[in-house]
Design a protein around this ligand. Structure first.
Ligand code: FES
Length: 72
């Protein structure tokens, strides 16, 4: 089975690629496509999905912190 990928987009959504089940807190299933975006900014009118409202209104560029071999 192919790994599901969640990509943290610069100044935007979480891009989800793969076969996943997206549910609400009550266990109700959201219909999803093979690739979809989840809102990370909190501004979408279509939560949990991104509707593009973040553009120009949300700043967040997340990067993995590199750990030097000596520090492990
Ligand atoms: S991340 Fe796109 S609307 Fe929130």
């Amino acid at each position: 089975m192919e790994k599901v990928q969640i990509k943290v987009m610069d100044n935007g959504s979480y891009r989800v690629t793969g076969d996943v089940e997206l549910i609400d807190v009550d266990g109700n299933v959201f219909e999803t496509k093979k690739v979809f975006s989840l809102c990370r900014c909190g501004l979408s009118a279509r939560k949990p999905f991104c509707d593009g409202t973040h553009k120009g209104q949300f700043d967040s560029c997340v990067r993995v912190e590199k750990v030097l071999e000596d520090e492990k």
